[in-house]
Design a binder for this molecule. Structure first.
Ligand code: MEV
Length: 338
């Protein structure tokens, strides 16, 4: 048996636009999916997932990928999660040249499903890593990231970027623009997350944005403007100073750009009332900035606030069921046990 883990992530800037060729900057956080894989003697795949939870959000299922699992969250969401695992298995089989190999897969994750924190990417990366190692193959990280992207892309009907999977493989903050992917190190950012208990269907949300972009020139321009926000934001991220006033000014500009980015995502129709409520609670509490993270349609927001005020405000916000400060994780995928 091999156990691998991979981190979830937040988007500082650029989700959705990255699917249409603009750059994005996601950042890995210390919330992980851990996947244990044992090779079987037959060609069956058996998946057990437990503790896919963030207080109050739990999915428990067990069974083969043919039988439908017992669940306590939306069947669609679990169906999607199973789809990611199946595609990851196909990638692992292909990489190890064992096209019919069966596996027992055990997923344990503290990243809520479909909530914008990159649960599917983390699971896909960890499954491919653990399954290939179980078959005696150790993939270079770039190949692992590319295979994880291919798996996500299959599930999202070709509408996926490399951002989530590259970030989860490499850790830290990364920049992704089409096939151009690189690491940006680990910026010192005081991030606070708010979770509304909901989830969005990434494939559906990306398709809705595409439809709007195809129908309206101003939607296409909104996507390009998100790209401009990312280009401005990455310049700020790259600059560091020991001067406190300078660092404050930097956080202030990054926050302002996150606010702008949220407005543009709202215009594209991917925010929701509860995401907006959490964003405004954070801003009113004095956060430098706040935005939804990931595909939207429910899930999480990310705010920048070095004080405890945003977290406190989110605790008292009806729309928010969980809030925590997110430590950045400069470690990407890693082997936990083999
Ligand atoms: C989802 O976490 C991020 C999106 O940009 C889709 C993708 O990049 O594949 C909405």
């Amino acid at each position: 048996m091999v156990t691998s883990s991979a981190p979830g992530k937040v988007y500082l800037f650029g989700e959705h636009a990255v699917v249409f060729g603009e750059p994005a900057v996601p950042c890995a956080i210390e919330r992980r999916a851990r996947v244990s894989v044992s090779a079987r003697d037959d060609d069956h795949i058996r998946v057990q997932a437990h503790d896919l939870s963030l207080d109050g959000f739990t999915v428990e299922y067990t069974g083969s990928t043919v039988e439908r699992p017992n669940i306590d969250v939306s069947p669609d969401l679990v169906e999607a999660a199973m789809g990611y695992i199946e595609e990851a298995v196909e990638q692992a089989r292909d990489a190890a040249s064992e096209p019919t190999r069966g596996f027992d897969i055990d997923v344990e994750s503290d990243i809520p499903l479909g909530a914008g924190l990159g649960s599917s990417a983390a699971v896909v990366v960890a499954v491919i890593d653990a399954a290939t190692r179980e078959l005696g193959v150790s993939l270079p990280r770039m190949e692992l990231a590319e295979r994880a992207y291919q798996a996500e892309s299959q599930v999202q009907h070709g509408e996926a970027s490399r951002a989530d999977t590259f970030c989860s493989t490499m850790g830290g903050a990364v920049r992704v623009e089409e096939k151009d992917t690189h690491q940006l190190g680990t910026p010192n950012l005081p991030l606070v997350i708010g979770f509304d208990g909901g989830a969005g269907d990434t494939a559906e949300l990306v398709a809705a944005v595409r439809s709007m972009r195809d129908r309206f020139q101003f939607a296409a321009e909104t996507i390009q403007t998100i790209g401009d926000v990312v280009r401005q934001g990455e310049q700020m991220l790259g600059q560091t100073s020991s001067d406190t006033a300078y660092e404050q000014a930097k956080l202030s500009e990054i926050g302002e750009l996150m606010n702008f980015n949220h407005g543009l995502l709202s215009a594209l129709g991917v925010s929701t009332r509860s995401l907006d409520a959490m964003v405004w609670a954070a801003r009113e509490a004095g956060a430098y900035g706040a935005k939804l993270t990931g595909a939207g349609g429910g899930g999480c927001i990310v705010a920048v606030d070095p004080t405890a005020e945003t977290q406190r405000a989110l605790e008292y916000t009806a729309a928010c069921i969980e809030t925590f400060s997110a430590e950045l994780d400069d470690d990407g995928v890693r082997v936990e046990e083999s």
